[in-house]
Write a protein that binds this ligand. Structure first.
Ligand code: TXA
Ligand code: MG
Length: 328
């Protein structure tokens, strides 16, 4: 099966496939028109670069001009796995993949189907998450089909993904290592090997808007129903819920597991469910901010377009009631 999939990729057409994080929409990374087809299928701006997937650290090394000691250490510890390394790009990698940047994002996924697909293709595979730009990432084959049917030649079904949030993206290209996107490998685990990795949490809309890394858009992972992060514990969630009910607003509360790994795994499916319920507003309690919880909070904050409710004053309730009426 992956033999045919590999041939499809080599011929310049697209294959959607599972990884341990989310499903990807794959294209031959050496074929500029296949890359173009990915941007068109997703409705993705050309300024947002793609991750290139390979099946070993040796293959990754061949796609960069500078395989640093930090890259070697992180690759050895976390590949195959949910980690993406940004490094100076080799000339083999075209400008459309990297959005004109001098760097390339590289990852070795930890999934048997992804692995055999890359091997069968015999070329590096560029793949963004298989969702329309800005929307909720897919963790099952059905999610991919719902959103992108018709844009790929083949969809490989590997069942639900096990990690559930995207890879951690670490920029090693500047001599000042930075975690650009929190994800499946925790910041704590990364810092055990490279202690100086920086991470700037974006806790307000202004901070997020000022972020300079590509693809870190404030509006991302978005349901159609407006979502608000609630920072104030279960009590505040209950107060807001009650006050909004008094204003006749149908609210659903995103009830994630207290177990961080489970919360990450279930996050996107829960968001989709909340979105397809009849509610007019989704309240998402802020998640514990350590380990993989950091990735969960990052996704919730973007799904909320940076909206955070920290009290249940009349003004907050009125604002939320107004938001629930906004067309999305
Ligand atoms: O887990 C994942 O990483 C999934 C699976 C399919 O591998 N892929 C994924 O791809 O999440 P995508 O396109 O949805 O997100 C890629 C992220 C974006 O934030 C993009 O801006 C960043 O990686 N990125 C890609 N190339 C980069 C570069 N050269 N410099 C900085 N950031 C880069
Ligand atoms: Mg994505």
């Amino acid at each position: 099966m992956t033999g045919r999939a590999g041939a499809i990729l080599r011929s310049g057409r697209l294959v959607a496939f599972p990884t341990e994080t989310v499903y990807g929409l794959g294209a031959n990374a050496l074929d500029a028109s296949a890359i173009e087809a990915v941007f068109v299928a997703k409705g993705r701006p050309a300024t947002d670069p793609l991750i290139v997937h390979v099946s070993s650290a040796e293959q990754a090394e061949a796609l960069t001009t500078q395989w640093t000691p930090d890259a070697a250490a992180l690759a050895k510890a976390f590949w195959p796995g949910p980690l993406t390394l940004v490094l100076p790009k080799s000339p083999i990698i075209g400008d459309s993949i990297t959005a004109g940047r001098p760097t390339v994002a590289l990852r070795v996924p930890n999934h048997p189907v992804a692995h055999s697909l890359i091997e069968a293709a015999g070329v590096p595979v560029a793949a963004p998450s298989a969702n329309r730009f800005g929307r909720i990432s897919p963790t099952t084959a059905a999610h991919v089909a719902d959103e992108l049917a018709g844009s790929y030649e083949l969809l490989l079904d590997g069942g639900p993904t096990t990690i559930g949030v995207e890879s951690s993206v670490v920029d090693l290209s500047t001599g000042r290592p930075v975690l650009l996107r929190p994800g499946g490998v925790t910041l704590e685990a990364l810092r055990r090997l490279v202690p100086e990795i920086e991470f700037v949490e974006r806790k307000s809309r202004a901070e997020a808007a000022a972020a300079d890394s590509p693809g870190q858009f404030l509006r991302h992972y978005s349901p159609r129903t407006p979502l608000v992060v609630v920072d104030g514990g279960d009590t505040l969630v209950a107060e807001l819920h009650a006050s909004l009910r008094d204003e006749s607003v149908q609210v659903s509360v995103l009830d994630l597991s207290e177990e961080p790994d489970v919360a990450a795994r279930e996050l996107y499916a829960r968001l989709r469910n909340a979105d397809s319920s009849r509610s007019a507003l989704i309240l998402a309690p802020v998640y514990a901010d350590s380990g993989i919880g950091r990735a969960v909070n990052d996704r919730l904050f973007r799904a909320a377009h940076g909206r955070v409710a920290g009290d249940s004053t009349k003004k907050t309730v009125t604002d939320l009631a107004r938001l629930s009426l906004e067309p999305t």
